[in-house]
Design a protein around this ligand. Structure first.
Ligand code: ADP
Ligand code: MG
Length: 635
């Protein structure tokens, strides 16, 4: 029989090192996080050999006291948590006290540090064995040098990738730090070459440093503070897309994470603008009260868990889709847009003496740091959200454009200011309508003259000095899709009874899940009921969805069981509606009668900026001058 042995700290640390640091970039990550936690405003990172031979991180933060240097190397030594309760309100990046000990166990490490008004000291450590504490020379702050990573664990060394690959992962990591901490000035040098330098003067400057200044003209800057949740950052405009997800950065309470709920919310908000295999660009900061987010999910802290995914999904989705769709809330969320008049200014201006009437209620100042809690409690937020975001159909179910209540109206305010505010909203609304018209390329339908068709697919229209070419299939598809969505939103659905009811066998979990969604399914036109055991019976389907493969449809619904639950149903339906619309629409190559051409144009109502439900443009626009250029009449 094997005797149970307690692991020596030496062995234990080597094992732990595998979890916290597995690659050079994770060493960089841990060291830079420590520098950030120490309050540094300047951090420089230097690597050699992709970080395998050298990683050096220098900061101008608070430093480590001489007496704490030894402690810093021991496992579970942290100055950031004192008791278990602290875990529920973590506001620093590090908190496990594992990183230094883990890295030191598998490298040659040296820390030189100086706290204000004291001398600098240095302490080295080779393979987990600390040397002597020595006086040193150094500026205020800390310099941590890590050489020969994994020199004493050859197995792990073998798993490292090529220097170039490791360097590129470190570079990605650094880009994220630059974005996530725009107030800190970073320099990053690899093999003697300066790769990044940021200036610590704000997010747009940080974006320019990472992606080049040109990108800013394709982005919207957003700010939203609601439901106790603050969302800000930059998102690509409706026409700006990237071929993969590497242009998406999310920081939750200052920490880079990949989170399925948020990325699904963003993707769905862009769904009607981007085609398949196009991905939105975003750099988003989500700040939530620390008590509703669990950062303690993974040792490498790459994901977080929210106490309630629905509230997070709903908030992110509603803000981003408002901005993209340009509805009346967009103005509120867009930063750096000329606003005609902010509602509270109007209110104050009209009221004169009302200056004391809590302007804060209308414009909640952004918290200075992620740790500062937003004003509303989570419980309040939950209540509000139920009111505001339709539980299931998401976008499909939102009130028609222009009819929704501007968000700020929900805030209680002195009655005297009410009227003035209404005016301001009216003004805002007009401004927005105009903006939207511009963006949507709306033209007066009466001014469009039909000039014929090409390839039985493209319809040509002239309108003053401009021409429009309409794809008949895309246009019809979009019109049908909108009609389907509207019918669903109005719950104005017609069901078609089935000759033979469809019976589906489920397991207990699936059954409970589906049953909790019965109401929704019924509202949209399914006649669905329990059928004994874990069976359900479907005896009627919405006419609009007659063509669907019921089995596949329900399997898809059930696939949402684990993650986003009901919310995913909306996207599922959207897709079903889109494909129903696609099937029903006239095809390219089908000749349309004059009457049909007229009807199509009528129903487009001059909206030449439409996209089909899959994100393809319905019409393209050519100016006369552009044609003249083509023929070299003008240059
Ligand atoms: P954690 O960050 O989880 O607390 P680490 O092992 O990364 O654990 O660091 C241990 C401790 O060493 C920290 O809690 C902090 O007190 C100190 N420390 C590490 N790096 C720095 C730094 N750059 N500046 C100041 N203190 C530091
Ligand atoms: Mg740390």
């Amino acid at each position: 029989m094997n005797k149970i042995n307690l692991l020596t700290p030496d062995v234990y640390n080597k094992i732990a090192a595998g979890e916290v640091v597995d690659r050079p970039y994770s060493v960089v990550k841990e060291l830079v996080e420590n520098a950030v936690d120490a309050g540094a405003t300047q951090i420089s990172v230097e690597i050699e050999g992709g970080g395998k031979t050298l990683v050096r991180v220098t900061d101008n933060g608070g430093g480590i006291e001489k007496d704490d240097l030894v402690a810093a190397y021991s496992p579970h030594a942290t100055s950031k948590l004192k008791c278990a309760e602290d875990l529920f309100g973590v506001t620093t990046l590090g908190f496990r006290g594992e990183a230094i000990a883990s890295i030191a166990a598998v490298s040659r490490m040296k820390i030189v540090s100086r706290v204000p008004e004291k001398d600098a000291y240095s302490l080295g450590c080779v393979g987990g064995k600390t040397g002597a504490l020595l006086p040193a020379a150094g500026a205020q702050g800390t310099e941590v040098t890590v050489e020969d990573l994994f020199f004493n664990t050859p197995a792990r060394l073998k798993f490292l990738k090529s220097d170039a690959q490791e360097e590129s992962d470190v570079a990605n990591m650094m880009a994220r730090f630059i974005l996530s901490r725009p107030e800190i000035s970073f320099t990053y040098t690899s093999a003697g070459k300066l790769r990044y330098r940021s200036f610590g003067d704000g997010l747009s400057s940080a974006l320019a440093c990472v992606y080049g200044a040109e990108i800013l003209s394709d982005l919207f800057e957003i700010h939203a503070d609601k439901h106790g949740i603050r969302l800000h950052g930059f998102i690509g405009n409706q026409n700006f897309s990237k071929p993969n997800r590497t242009y998406q950065s999310l920081f939750v309470n200052g920490r880079y994470v990949v989170n399925q709920t948020v990325s699904a919310a963003v993707s769905n908000a862009y769904a009607s603008y981007l085609m398949k295999r196009q991905y939105p660009f975003y750099v988003l900061f989500l700040d939530v009260p620390p008590e509703i987010v669990d950062v303690n999910v993974h040792p490498n802290k790459a994901d977080v868990r929210f106490a309630d995914n629905q509230i997070i999904y709903g908030s992110v989705y509603s803000v981003i889709s408002a901005v993209l769709d340009g509805n009346s809330r967009a103005l509120e969320y867009l930063a750096n847009v000329p606003k005609p008049k902010a509602p509270f200014e109007a209110a104050l201006g009209a009221g004169g003496a009302e200056k004391t009437a809590e302007p804060r209620a209308y414009s909640v100042p952004l918290p200075a740091s992620p740790s500062e809690k937003p004003a509303m409690t989570y419980e309040q937020a939950k209540k509000e959200l139920q009111f505001e975001i339709p539980p299931i159909l998401g976008k499909v179910n939102l009130p028609a454009r222009g009819t929704e209540k501007p968000y700020a109206m929900e805030v209680n305010a002195p009655a005297a200011a009410e009227a003035a505010r209404e005016d301001a909203f009216e003004e805002n609304r007009k401004f927005l309508l105009e903006q939207e018209k511009k963006r949507q390329q709306r033209v007066d339908p009466a001014s469009l003259q039909f000039k014929g068709e090409l390839f039985r697919t493209y319809l040509f229209y002239e309108c003053g000095d401009e021409a429009y070419i309409v794809d008949q299939h895309a246009a019809h598809e979009r019109i049908l899709y909108d009609a389907l969505c509207e019918r669903l939103a109005a719950r104005n659905v017609v069901s078609q009874p089935m000759l033979v009811p469809y019976v589906k066998k489920l397991n207990a979990q699936e059954f409970t899940f589906l049953r909790s969604n019965f109401d929704i399914l019924r509202e949209i036109g399914f006649d669905i009921a329990e059928f004994g055991g874990n069976f359900v019976k479907i005896s009627a389907v919405p006419t609009d969805l007659m063509q669907i493969d019921l089995n596949a449809f329900f399997d898809e619904i059930l696939s949402s069981l684990e993650s986003l639950r009901a919310i995913k149903l909306s996207d599922l339906l959207k897709e079903k509606l889109a494909s129903a619309a696609c099937k029903a629409a006239v095809k390219g190559g089908e000749r349309l009668s004059d009457g049909e051409v007229r009807a199509l144009l009528e129903r487009m109502n001059g909206n030449m900026g439409l996209k089909c439900p899959h994100g393809r443009p319905v019409a393209v626009h050519i100016k006369k001058s552009e044609m003249e250029k083509l023929f070299k009449r003008i240059v």
